[in-house]
Design a binder for this molecule. Structure first.
Ligand code: NDP
Length: 516
């Protein structure tokens, strides 16, 4: 048995040796930018005749890679290939699949700086954020490999003297794996590896904003020895190839992470049986958030300030778990708001490739436009105290923005903005703060800063979110420590990185043999 799971530590870039290695990896990536990538379906590398570009959001003239817009026929070919491969892959002993995943983990560890570099260049993650993403991807591989072994072992059942009984977790079939761009390594790796380590095969359709990172991971799978056809790499737009793979009758399940709108659409389409389909499709959908941090009257204000700033502006506020609502007790509100505005103005926005940038660009032009529109709405719904518009540079830069005195029912307090925009809301007391926090269609993460044991108890009981934190930031869930998934419109609460997750990729077969 492998040693007990522990989290991969993140790198400390104040150390010169790490800074040097990261710079070297960025230089290496630089020489590979702009190349064209193929679809990978089974043993074939295919072109489609139509391509799209992935660009560096820190420097928008820089093309990261050119990718195929798969045709409808190629999407179906990928599903047929995954379906044929499933017949062999499902028979491989769990130990062999798990060993392969352990190999993937160690390769990712070896190629850590390269993985970080692709994320820095393709999604505008700062060095620290990119490294945390790679570390989480390694964690998913290590954790799910162990979990696959646990599920493959004997399962506890009530015994009869007259029967020999067992429960086997067997795979489902072909899965459509559709990740977002914001955790382009960790979430993609987590959903893909959970699917194949349990014996399923996959059609992987990465986000059109982060296909180069996906291609890097698919190369890593090949190096680790994953047989062709187990993970098929299908690039193209969600609304075309994404729809095709969701609807196809041979797809048994869909693992999706992304926006509420797309998640609900997928759920609806997957529910409709197509001719020839012989199962109810399973949908694992993790979606948006409108996450909060409550700052109570007796909170350690410095700690709360650090937590709010990290949660609101880390990766430019583009985390599903990002704090977009700070709900602050009226007694500490004036002092807290003043410090918050001062600190937000100090955050350095710049190219993600530059190690000294605290915040990089947002992902693309549409995102920037939408965020700037929300800022304009916010200016009418509250008082702007920091940021409030684009920041200088050749990319999609938005200033960290704080809007105070926001009504809890206003749009910027209710809609997911997915950018560096924080709405600050005043609460009368803890009751009021919890009521405001829970008054949302989402329910992903939340955090409460307070010292009273009674208030902590109440917060634990009453805040309705899938991931609740006390006296720490509301981002940065760790595999195994904080199984992750949300309530309400935030998704199906699949709890990625937890002990229940692999169940979603299997079905249980109960077998009993009469004895004696
Ligand atoms: P989107 O919903 O826009 O896209 C997610 C994926 O779905 C992409 O691969 C996209 O492809 C694909 N897609 C789009 N339309 C369809 C369709 N009709 N059928 C099938 N697939 C489709 O989300 P983003 O990538 O912009 O990610 C940000 C969102 O993800 C935020 O709302 C965030 O909160 C959420 N998120 C949730 C997490 C959670 O655990 N709850 C974690 C991380 C993010 P393409 O790029 O080609 O359009």
């Amino acid at each position: 048995m492998p040693a007990e799971f522990t989290n991969e530590p993140v790198l400390d870039f104040s150390q010169e040796s790490y800074r040097k290695k990261q710079s070297e990896a960025l230089a290496l990536i630089q020489s590979q930018l702009g190349r064209e990538y193929d679809l990978i379906i089974g043993r074939e590398n295919l072109k489609s005749g139509k391509t799209f570009k992935s660009i560096n959001p820190s420097r928008k003239s820089e093309v990261v890679g050119i990718f195929q817009s798969a045709t409808a026929e190629q999407a179906v070919h990928a599903i047929e290939t995954a379906s044929a491969t499933f017949e062999q892959w499902k028979r491989l002993p769990a130990q062999q699949r798990a060993d392969l995943l352990f190999r993937v983990a160690s390769l990712l560890r070896e190629k850590r700086f390269e993985s970080n570099a692709w994320m820095i260049v393709e999604t505008g993650k700062t060095w620290v954020e990119a490294d945390a993403d790679t570390a989480e991807a390694i964690d998913f591989c290590e954790f799910y490999a162990r979990e696959a072994l646990r599920y493959a072992g004997p399962q506890p059942l009530t015994r009869l003297k007259t029967e020999d009984s067992e429960l086997r977790y067997i795979p489902l079939g072909v899965g459509a794996v559709i990740p977002p761009w914001n955790f382009p390594c960790a979430i993609l790796v987590g959903m893909t590896t959970a699917a194949f380590v349990t014996g399923n095969t996959v059609v992987l359709k990465p986000s059109s904003d982060s296909p180069a990172i996906a291609a890097f991971f698919v190369r890593t799978l090949q190096e680790a020895g994953l047989p062709p056809g187990v993970v098929n790499f299908l690039t193209g737009s969600g609304s075309t190839v994404g729809n095709i793979i969701v609807e196809h009758p041979k797809v048994r399940f869909i693992a999706f992470t992304g926006s509420k709108e797309v998640g609900l659409h997928i759920n609806m389409e997957a529910a409709r049986p197509r001719p020839g389909q012989i199962w109810i499709k399973r949908v694992v959908a993790e979606m948006g958030g409108k996450d909060f941090i409550i700052v109570d009257e007796d909170a350690d204000l410095d700690a709360a300030l650090t937590g709010v700033l990290a949660s609101a502006f880390g990766f430019q506020g583009q985390k599903c778990s990002a704090c977009s609502r700070a709900i602050v007790h009226e007694k500490v509100y004036p002092a807290f708001v003043q410090k918050l505005a001062e600190k937000a103005k100090e955050i350095k926005v710049g190219p993600a490739m530059d190690a000294s940038s605290h915040m990089g660009p947002v992902i693309n032009e549409n995102a920037m436009k939408s965020i700037l529109q929300y800022i304009e709405i916010g200016k009418t719904e509250g008082k702007l105290v920091a940021g409030g518009g684009p920041a200088e540079g050749e990319g999609f830069y938005v200033k960290p923005t704080v809007i105070v005195d926001v009504d809890p029912r206003s749009r910027i307090a209710r809609e997911e903005i997915f950018g560096p925009v924080l709405a600050v809301i005043k609460a009368k007391d803890l009751d009021d703060a919890i009521r405001i926090a829970n008054d949302s269609e989402y329910g992903l993460t939340g955090s409460v800063y307070c010292t009273s044991r009674e208030h902590i108890r109440r917060a634990k009981d009453e805040c309705h979110v899938g991931n609740l934190y006390i006296n720490r930031k509301c981002t940065g869930a760790l595999v195994g420590v904080h199984p992750f998934g949300g309530f309400n419109m935030s998704g199906t609460d699949s709890k990625a990185g937890g002990r229940d997750y692999l169940l979603l990729f299997t079905q249980a077969k109960a077998i009993s043999e009469k004895i004696g």
